[in-house]
Ligand binder design. Structure first.
Ligand code: NDP
Length: 333
């Protein structure tokens, strides 16, 4: 695979992938984006990761979501993206929307974590080198830092855009109370917040309940949903046990104890609803997010090209009856 020349599928924009406007901005994102948190690090099979990214792009997924510490090892998902740029995607750079982030622990000492200007600026410089890019399309502050003045973090984002290292900026995992300040500071400095990235899936409704989604909608800020399949739980992966090659088998970020008898029974019943809709459970879980116009894109973390091909089918049926929604609510909350 590494040496196989790549020509992107000519049909990449003909397969029905919708592109939704990101808040009140000029930019559109694919309904389904590809996340590099897992499956793209140095511990993973590069050829498979590369094939997954090629399959995504060939099917209209123009947005790749990264962060400085994705791997493992930290930084290696970005390094692998850099290899993929050289091997496959460089000719298509202007068709890709590539994002990265800084905010969680990255290197030792006081300057490799949280939200200081010192950390964000140096981290993005490192990310650009690893990804072999001159700029990213969007740079995120990955989490709110209660000890750094918000103004310092927001001004760093503004300056990153002024330096030409990112075209847009966003925030992720920020509490609802901070959003008015962030959105108005960035807007007042002519660098409006493009995206809020938050955890959102059938089983985790906190962005709805806290009012984050409504605030984004009101402020004209796009919203991208991470872990839309609850790390793979909302798929047919775990209906009959724990597959050896699954994220849960690694028992790190997705713990085995989540899979109680009650959970399996709920997943089976959700799967029945999906089947009645002629969808897989993962398709239905993504469709459920995409029914909401506040959601600009769902960031899936596929581990194979086959998963990408299933996940993108979600866009074909995002309508739900009131009965379906009621049953889904009962089973997932
Ligand atoms: P998902 O909820 O999409 O989970 C991904 C896992 O779901 C895959 O690894 C795979 O599991 C399984 N899966 C995907 N498609 C299918 C399918 N069709 N059938 C069966 N199983 C499937 O997302 P992630 O938790 O990976 O998060 C997605 C992205 O969101 C990340 O890569 C990252 O970009 C972003 N993110 C951002 C965070 C933030 O703080 N801002 C935090 C976390 C994620 P398996 O590997 O077992 O095959």
């Amino acid at each position: 695979m590494e040496g196989t020349p790549y020509k992107a599928a000519q049909t990449r924009y003909d397969g029905g992938m919708p592109y939704f406007r990101c808040g009140r901005s000029g930019v559109k994102l694919p309904a389904v984006s590809l996340g590099f948190w897992h499956n793209f690090g140095s511990v993973d099979d590069f050829d498979k990761a590369h094939a997954t990214a090629r399959c995504a792009f060939d099917n209209g997924i123009t947005c790749f979501d990264l962060a400085n510490n994705y791997g493992p090892e930290y930084g290696t998902a970005e390094e692998n993206l850099g290899r993929m740029m050289d091997l496959s995607f460089r000719p298509y750079r202007d068709e890709l929307f590539i994002t990265t982030k800084a905010g969680y622990d990255m290197w030792p000492g006081p300057y490799g974590d949280w939200g200081s200007r010192k950390y964000l600026m140096s981290s993005l410089d490192q990310s650009l080198k690893r990804m072999r890019l001159e700029y990213v399309d969007l740079f995120y502050s990955h989490r709110y830092d209660p000890e750094t003045p918000l103004q310092e973090t927001m001004q760093a984002l503004v300056d990153i855009v002024r330096q030409g290292k990112a075209l847009y900026v966003g925030i992720s995992n920020y509490p609802v109370e901070t959003l008015d300040f962030c959105f108005s500071y960035l807007r007042a400095h002519d660098v409006p917040c493009l995206i809020y990235q938050g955890r959102y899936n059938l089983m985790d409704r906190r962005v709805e309940e806290s009012g984050i989604l409504d605030k984004c909608l009101e402020a004209g800020v796009g919203f991208t949903a991470f872990s839309p399949l609850n790390q793979g739980l909302l798929s047919d992966r775990y209906l009959r046990g724990i597959p050896a090659d699954s994220r849960m088998a690694r028992n790190h970020f997705l713990k085995k104890e989540v899979l109680t008898m009650d959970m399996v029974s709920r997943l089976q019943r959700l799967n029945d609803i999906a089947t009645a809709r002629s969808q897989t459970l993962s398709e239905m879980a993504l469709a459920w997010l995409l029914k909401d116009s506040a959601v600009t894109s769902v960031l899936v973390g596929a581990s194979s090209p086959e998963q990408i091909l299933t996940d993108i089918k979600a866009v074909n049926n995002t309508g739900f009856t009131a009965d379906e929604l009621y049953e889904i609510d009962k089973l997932s909350r």
